[in-house]
Ligand binder design. Structure first.
Ligand SMILES: Nc1ncnc2c1ncn2[C@@H]1O[C@H](COP(=O)(O)OP(=O)(O)O)[C@@H](O)[C@H]1O
Ligand SMILES: [Mg+2]
Length: 258
């Protein structure tokens, strides 16, 4: 497994326990430069806890975390961010009283001297254009819609100029058209911003049409890690979670990934 693009992030045997509950159970995952990886699993499978662990938000009970060859196990979220990791939260976290532009500028200030990966992230107005929030630039973040707040949170994460972007259920609660637009934005970020994207989504079918690799968590354990076509045929996945929802093949996947 040493061939292929540079390994940006490596999680080894990551376990997170809350008292007697093992929320994440010895999960291994490697994310390489330029990948778009999905993470799926039923409610309570440990998806968010895994993100919290690999972004330094929740301490791991055991296991190792490496970003670009640097050991980050036990470090706080700022150290993960300094190594190019950015994330969104399942419930968007924006500064409600600040304008949309000021929220983006906060992220840009955090990035400091870090080089711009793309002209699309040059300044606040270019990030607002990318995320489709130009018309809302001057509004307080509290006055935009929940789906626009999700876009703003993505913009804030992009403003820190990450190499690895973790998205936690950014399509939850969106209309069908908004979900498709979000998927297109995610594809575009990966394709045009030199980013690795890891995308958790509860709505499986959209995600499977857009990612090249999918990790399946169930009761804290990783039960599958492969292409969407492989995962939908995996007996343990079907039994544990997906059943009828995934029994139909998803023919668009391979073409879309090419
Ligand atoms: N801070 C916490 N304290 C105690 N239990 C938690 C905490 N966070 C999550 N859990 C539990 O860990 C399990 C995994 O939760 P979570 O990672 O949120 O799952 P998912 O995102 O896949 O729905 C659940 O049983 C949840 O109740
Ligand atoms: Mg979650």
């Amino acid at each position: 497994m040493s061939e292929g693009p540079e390994i940006l992030f490596d999680a080894r045997d990551v376990t997170v326990r809350f008292g007697g509950l093992t929320a994440v159970d010895a999960v291994n995952a490697t994310f390489r430069a330029g990948e778009l990886v999905g993470i799926i699993g039923p409610n309570g499978a440990g998806k968010t806890t895994f993100f919290n662990a690999i972004s330094g938000v929740t301490p791991t009970t055991s296991g190792q975390l490496m970003a670009g060859g640097h050991a980050l196990t036990g470090k706080g979220p700022h150290r993960f961010a300094a190594h190019g990791l950015a994330r969104t939260f399942q419930t968007p976290r924006v500064f409600a009283d600040m304008s949309v532009t000021a929220n983006i500028e906060f992220g840009l200030a955090f990035a400091g001297r870090r080089r711009t990966a793309s002209w699309l992230l040059r300044d606040a107005s270019s990030i607002l254009a990318l995320t489709g929030l130009t018309a809302q630039a001057a509004l307080p973040a509290s006055s935009i819609t929940p789906s626009q707040q999700r876009l703003l949170e993505i913009g804030m994460a992009l403003a820190t100029r990450p190499r690895l972007l973790l998205l936690d259920e950014v399509a939850a609660g969106l209309t069908e058209a908004e979900v498709e637009a979000m998927a297109q934005l995610i594809r575009r970020m990966r394709d045009e911003l030199d980013l690795t994207v890891v995308w958790i989504e509860h709505a499986v079918s959209t995600l499977l049409r857009h990612v090249e690799r999918v990790i399946v968590l169930h009761q804290g354990r990783k039960i599958a890690d492969g292409t969407p076509a492989e995962v939908v045929r995996n007996a343990e996945v079907i039994e544990a979670y997906l059943g009828d929802e995934m029994s139909e093949p998803q023919p668009a996947t391979q073409g879309a990934a090419a």
